[in-house]
Ligand binder design. Sequence first.
Ligand code: CTP
Length: 410
Amino acid sequence: MTRSSVDNLPLSGQRILLGVTGGIAAYKSPELVRRLREAGADVRVVVTDGGSRFITPMTLQAVSGYPVRSDLWDATAEAAMGHIELARWADRVLVAPASADIMARMAAGMASDLLTTLILATEAEVILAPAMNRVMWASPVVAENRKRLEARGMKFIGPGSGSQACGEVGEGRMAEPGEIVSALATTTTDRPLAGRRVLITAGPTIEDIDPVRYVGNRSSGRMGFALADAAARAGARVVLVAGPVSLDTPPGVERVDVRSARQMHSQVMQHVGDCDAFIGVAAVADYRPVSPSADKIKKEGRPVWNLELERNPDILADVAGLDPRPLVVGFAAETGQVEENARAKLESKGLDMIVANRVGENAGFEVEDNALVVIEPDARHDLGHGTKRMLAGKLIEHLAHRLNQGKDES
Ligand code: CTP
């Protein structure tokens, strides 16, 4: 089974870390947790000191189904899931209600308690649902903090207008739990890979013969980097395992540099565990020298040099053999009988999808352009000819459609 075939709810599979801060609107938090879970999200809750004055951690534990964290220095909780682990675990961090105080501390980059520390340590999307008295919300310093947080890519839901707990009427009420869940679901549609994890290999691998020579290939890594960029822009958490290339890391992408096929294999196996999709774009060397030399090999006395090579592990086939496994996408760079050869690889390696790519004068290795056809066991999609960036966007759109099929049909 593929891990991606289970969803049909708007927030299916999303890991949401809910931060509850000090405000009367915290009484709505249990309802928010319930609604998030009904929408398919997996929710863990962190309560600040202020938050726990309004709602007990016990209530939130009961509705979320997990212990609630509140103390950065709680050794037992840290042993179960450390705060850095929790920051990595989250696909999205939702601060609701978000008080004026947490906004100020976040804007200042403080790590003065568990929630602010997690927010600094996470690469996930951070969303705030503010709640405060209307005069506080209208104050220039809160407006300034909001702008600073927005400039860092954080999103805001609400606040709404209406009568407030303090007896006043105005803007500052926390958005209703239902509104918050709908807003999260809508941004999921705009970013079709939000909450998804994608692992990509890119570039060549290099197999050392001796300290100065190696067996390599002409892959530039551009197609794989373009895909990592497109997947991150579509909202995915992307890990890019890259062979030696001279390309900048796309924004928001976690990059792991490797040199040889065996290093790439080991990094892929370390990261594949909770991925929704694996895309093998790297031109992995099929062979490596049997006995690489620690010293430079001299040409004296060697009119002919027979270099003995042995097979490298097949990363793509090994990922396809996992159970459960992510959606597995391969690339086939071919010079002739492109689609036939690609289809044969799709079948022999047991893939969900293979992207056939003609290597020639105007497409393929070391050039900006490419021409791609996606082949699936019972479908074929021609993505056409164009820049690698444009084709990467189309391929990621297609991939998102495949992963979200359950949702699209519901
Ligand atoms: N691949 C891999 N690990 C390998 C070799 C290839 O993950 N050791 C992946 C590539 O990233 C790509 C696909 O497999 O997605 C390419 O398939 P492959 O059969 O290895 O391509 P070629 O080496 O071109 O095969 P052949 O020599 O059979 O044409």
